[in-house]
Design a protein. Structure first.
Length: 152
């Protein structure tokens, strides 16, 4: 299965950010949702670029809320042993029906940080749902997905 982030990186992100353990099965269940949220943000960015009479999606077109922006900043400060790579993210996006407009270089280069921010939001949400337990179950993950669907 293709993943936009390596399991080892995701496991490290969860441990360092919220002290939570993560199994490979839980990571595989979570990542398609994160990929969808990234694509959702880019679809809205595409719409916003069109509203502004542009044929390129700028970083400023993507609806990054204050909370997501803070999570991106916190993700960048985590200093993971390995950075999230752009290549797997672009491969994922290429597997979808193409967006109407291309991404500007600045936005493309920011995609790993946006993915990291989305993952950190998921980790924090799971931490709140589980009352900061070291683990979560699939029901907790489904609750977190429902919450993030309502807010992102």
């Amino acid at each position: 299965m293709r993943m936009i982030i390596k399991y080892r990186q995701l496991e490290q992100l969860f441990r360092r950010s919220v002290g939570m353990d993560l199994t490979e099965n839980k990571a595989k269940a979570m990542l398609p949702f994160i990929e969808k949220k990234l694509h959702d943000l880019l679809i809205i960015g595409e719409r916003n670029a069109g509203y502004n009479d542009r044929d390129v999606i700028w970083l400023s077109d993507v609806p990054i809320t204050k909370g997501l922006r803070e999570s991106i900043r916190q993700f960048q400060a985590l200093e993971l042993e390995e950075q999230i790579e752009l290549g797997p993210i672009l491969e994922y996006l290429a597997s979808l029906p193409p967006l109407k407009f291309p991404l500007e270089v600045e936005l493309e280069n920011e995609l790993p940080n946006i993915v990291g921010g989305l993952l950190l939001v998921m980790a924090k949400t799971l931490s709140v749902i589980t009352r900061e337990a070291r683990s979560f179950d699939m029901n907790d993950l489904e609750r977190a997905k429902r919450i993030l669907d309502l807010t992102l």
